[in-house]
Design a protein around this ligand. Structure first.
Ligand SMILES: C[S@@+](CC[C@H](N)C(=O)[O-])C[C@H]1O[C@@H](n2cnc3c(N)ncnc32)[C@H](O)[C@@H]1O
Length: 242
């Protein structure tokens, strides 16, 4: 039996992905910010699929959380479930898509927003009690994520938690299928690795957990909600061990 149960029916999920890859073969890859800009009007309706995951989020953060860093915040849907539980929360929210961030700024005037690539930003040491990334990091390679996770560890205060709520691969086959497809499409379209494109390359929970543990976190798998899986990665307090 599948230890993590990422998908109810992994075989059907894989068949759907294979069909989609075939159907979209030859279509140009879309630049990350453009992808979300052109879909902005329909975006929030689409994301409602994960309302149970949004609702579950407050349970995974420290009780006394004051400062939160949100990576790939989009229009801020995830903050709607957090503010009622943490009313004094100070949020720093990062996104590279300006129209998405503008929606967030209209909705939550107290949030500090940063425009840009979260891989390219500096995060101050021990500045946050929580870090959140909801449905964003599955577009990036393990190498890129390993470096980011080490920096997230350092920007969390001891006892702080990084909640990774994301699309994870149901099996090594899915991971390989999607990474291989992106590699071929980039090569065919002559797109260099540093250009950010919208294409899903999820990792299995085992691989994601290994990356987080490699950065020093103590990791738990909290469950899957309609394809959004939640991992909690805690920075141990001094003397607690990993
Ligand atoms: C599927 S949306 C999720 C948004 C939001 N977290 C939510 O749940 O509604 C992914 C977001 O990640 C942002 N994003 C992707 N890669 C990014 C990067 N390298 N730096 C900053 N933002 C990024 C996109 O612009 C987009 O707004």
């Amino acid at each position: 039996m599948d230890k993590f149960q990422i998908r109810e029916d992994p075989a059907a999920h894989l068949a759907g992905l294979r069909a989609w890859l075939k159907e979209t073969e030859g279509q140009p890859l879309e630049e990350m910010s453009d992808f979300f800009t052109v879909r902005l009007d329909d975006y929030e309706r689409h994301m409602k699929t994960w309302q149970d995951a949004y609702r579950a989020l407050p349970d995974f953060f420290p009780f006394a959380m004051r400062d939160l860093l949100d990576l790939g915040c989009g229009t801020g849907l995830e903050l709607e479930s957090l503010f009622p539980v943490f009313p004094d929360l100070r949020v720093t929210a990062v996104d590279l898509c300006v129209p998405m961030l503008e929606r967030l700024e209209d909705r939550f005037t107290s949030v500090c927003t940063l425009r840009g690539d979260y891989f390219a930003m500096d995060y101050p040491p021990e500045a946050f009690d929580g870090v959140l990334s909801f449905q964003s990091l599955h577009h990036f390679s393990p190498d890129k994520k390993a470096g980011l996770y080490a920096r997230l560890y350092r920007t969390l205060r001891p006892g702080g938690v990084f909640v990774l709520a994301d699309y994870l691969a149901c099996c090594p086959e899915e991971e390989k299928l999607m990474a291989g497809a992106l590699k071929r499409r980039r090569a065919a379209q002559n797109i260099p690795p540093e250009r950010l494109v919208h294409f899903d390359i999820p990792l299995t929970p085992e691989r994601e957990i290994a990356l987080l543990e490699g950065a020093g976190f103590s990791v738990s798998f909290a469950g899957s909600f309609a394809g959004t899986s939640i991992l909690t990665a805690r920075r141990p307090r001094d003397g607690e061990g990993g």
